[in-house]
Design a protein around this ligand. Structure first.
Ligand code: COA
Length: 631
């Protein structure tokens, strides 16, 4: 029996601990997930390796018993393993590769002051939200969708404005500011023209009002304009690979001036990046790219500090959003926070007119940098790499308007499962094979829960996509519909397994890491080719729904892969698809084309089959088609 306890936990609002699946369940599921993604020869080998690992009295059992001990002693047995594996050990640059962005609705700023008014209003919202957080007054989230109604862990919210990802030579550290140890941050860092300014939001024990904030922002813009005082774009260093940035940071740290500046950035609430107009046409795709990488060195690429979890970007051309360092929280928490801010801005009119500014506010401080020739060299290297990343990102944001969640619900199918099957169909149509797929499943029903993986490339999805492509002409609609139902059922079952803590990825990771901790030789199962293939997420997908007009986007996680984020709405779905131009195998526009075609084919199939089983619907469809009967 899996260990799934329901005992209340006093410190985490009665949430249960994350369960630990049984070894046999995980190994069986692993084989089922991988069989159709491997050659027969690879699979036969894997089957033997897995059997050996899971044999009674074998190494698998030993590792499982250690995990059971961990589960007893910790709030969440996988948390540290997961955080290190997913983020802190990853050496890739944060922009595009790791940090997602939310793209806000395009703003219409008629004059430069309009964007500063927007920022002042936004900062007021941030400070209101921070007050709620500090008072622990944020209402508890309850799960929606599948298994709705259970309370969710709120811990991630408390990292939004208080954490920092410190680069390290081998691994990074997620630093949390504990108010008992360090003073609460009371400043925001404003980036403008690649310069960083300290904007104190509390002066003389008084929180600045919107009028004060606007006054301070105007001073910052003026200071940033002064050419003589301009310092190198140090923020570029944070866009580099993590090991490279850790090395550059240690060079910076040799100077006390730099140490002071770094300290101010590391302890701030968040960044607000006042971007210059990008000069690009502001399509959704262009705006998504600007959020993810700032447009490179020539645009706003240096006007960032990627280690900080929340960077609000406000472009002079109205291109706005937020870029996030991901290790501290998931997209859903980010959405909740940004929705609060956007609703605050719509719902509470700007107080600029009414409030009086305190005239003698001290001017915001520009952060100083002492740059040696060595730093200049490092900056040039970081700039080159960012430029390459900018050129490499192939982004495509598509609003699919033919239908949305409501149509899918009417088919009595889970909208999320349906979109996942459509993504499988799109990939197969483009590339003629299935690939290891990641879909994030929230584990916030458990103490300190983050996510596990829904392996959406199910054998049932493969059977369906083959029938819709290779077997298009030879498979009847009834059979295709049966296969679609089978694929949706399999996907929904996996989803429930994942959100109840019974998926396999975290468990396999735990077993691997316990072996490492025990210093025993890496078990064969983790050296096997199938394990490597299983972790090459060529399709990295995530549902990030919003109730306010905005969308999420992120990059692929492997060089030959796609990032596919979707935001299902009742009558439309927004897709943000990304890939790398350097890969000859991928093309985001082609993927989107196949996705759209698949979604339309799936709708037609549902309509035809519903029409066959429902005479009223049949008459409606015949009328729609101008009198022609369906096959
Ligand atoms: N018939 C009719 N309606 C159905 C249905 C069916 N068979 N199955 C589900 N629905 C309804 C649900 O009741 C729900 O209704 P609501 O809109 O009124 O709430 C709606 O369809 C959506 O449900 P579904 O599509 O099944 O998905 P979900 O909302 O449960 O989401 C996950 C599934 C996996 C995405 C979600 O559990 C999760 O983990 N989200 C977090 C993802 C994440 O972390 N993203 C950010 C990563 S950084």
């Amino acid at each position: 029996m899996p260990l799934l306890d329901r005992e209340p936990s006093k410190d985490l609002g009665g949430l249960p601990k994350l369960p630990l699946p049984t070894l046999n369940d995980t190994l069986d599921t692993y084989l089922r997930c991988m069989k159709h993604l491997l050659t027969e020869e690879q699979f036969n080998k894997t089957q033997n390796v897995v059997k050996q690992f899971g044999a009674p009295g074998g190494v698998g059992e030993l590792l499982q018993s250690k995990l059971m001990e961990k589960r007893e002693n910790k709030a969440n047995w996988v948390y540290d393993y997961w955080l290190n594996d997913m983020y802190l050990n990853n050496r890739l640059a944060l922009p595009v590769n790791s940090s997602p962005a939310m793209v806000f609705p395009q703003q219409n700023f008629r004059a430069p002051i309009d964007s500063l008014r927007f920022v002042a209003h936004l900062i007021s919202g941030i400070l209101e939200y921070k007050t709620l957080l500090d008072a622990h007054a944020l209402p508890v989230d309850y799960a929606r969708g599948q298994l709705a109604g259970t309370p969710m862990c709120m811990k991630q919210y408390y990292r939004l404005f208080t954490s920092y990802r410190l680069p390290g030579p081998d691994m990074d550290t997620l630093v949390a500011q504990e108010s008992s140890v360090m003073p609460e941050p009371e400043h925001i860092i404003v980036a403008c023209k690649n310069q960083f300014f300290v904007l104190d939001v509390v002066i003389n024990f008084r929180r600045l009002n919107e009028r004060d904030l606007l006054t301070q922002l105007e001073k910052i813009v003026k200071m940033a304009d002064s050419e003589e005082e301009r310092l190198p774009a140090i923020g570029l260093l944070t866009s580099d690979g993590r090991t490279e940035w850790a090395e550059s940071r240690s060079v910076l740290m040799r100077e006390s001036t730099n140490r002071d500046s770094l300290d101010m950035i590391e302890r701030c609430l968040c960044l607000v990046c006042l971007d210059g107009a990008s000069g690009a046409e502001l399509s959704d795709t262009a705006r998504a790219m600007l959020m993810l990488h700032g447009g490179g060195v020539a645009k706003n690429g240096g006007n960032r500090w990627y280690d900080k979890p929340m960077q609000f970007v406000v472009g002079a051309d109205g291109c706005c959003g937020v870029v996030c360092e991901h290790s501290a929280f998931e997209g859903i928490v980010l959405v909740q926070c940004t929705e609060y801010l956007l609703k605050y801005m719509i719902g509470s009119p700007s107080k600029l007119v009414r409030a009086a500014s305190v005239s003698e506010l001290p001017a915001p401080r520009r952060l100083r940098w002492k740059c040696t020739p060595e730093i200049h060299k490092l900056l040039a290297s970081s700039a080159d790499k960012l430029q390459r990343l900018v050129g490499d990102l192939d982004m495509n944001v598509h609003h699919f308007h033919d239908y949305g969640k409501e149509f899918i619900k009417k088919q009595k199918m889970s909208p999320d499962a349906y979109v996942q099957v459509a993504l499988q169909l799109a990939y197969y149509r483009c590339h003629g094979r299935p690939v290891s797929t990641y879909e994030s499943a929230s584990l916030r029903r458990f103490q300190e829960g983050r996510v596990d993986n829904i392996r959406s490339a199910t054998p049932e999805a493969l059977a369906f996509v083959i029938a819709m492509t290779d077997g298009m002409l030879t498979t009847s609609d009834t059979k295709k519909m049966e296969l679609l139902q089978g694929a949706i059922t399999a996907q929904t079952k996996y989803t429930i397994m994942a959100i109840t803590g019974m998926a396999i990825d975290n468990h396999l990771l735990g077993l691997r890491e316990v072996a490492h901790e025990l210093k025993i030789e890496k078990p064969e199962i983790f050296k096997d080719e199938a394990y490597l293939i299983s972790n090459q997420f060529i399709l990295s997908t995530s549902q990030v729904p919003t109730t306010v007009e905005m969308f999420c986007c992120y990059g692929p996680v492997v060089p030959n892969g796609y990032g596919a984020c979707y935001n299902p709405q009742s009558d439309h779905i927004i897709f943000s698809v990304s890939s790398f131009r350097e890969s000859p195998q991928t093309c985001s526009a082609e993927f989107v084309k196949c996705l759209v075609q698949g979604l339309l084919d799936m709708r037609d199939l549902c309509n035809k089959c519903n029409c066959a089983s429902n005479p009223v619907e049949q008459r409606k469809q015949i009328l729609k088609r101008g009198g022609k009967k369906c096959k």
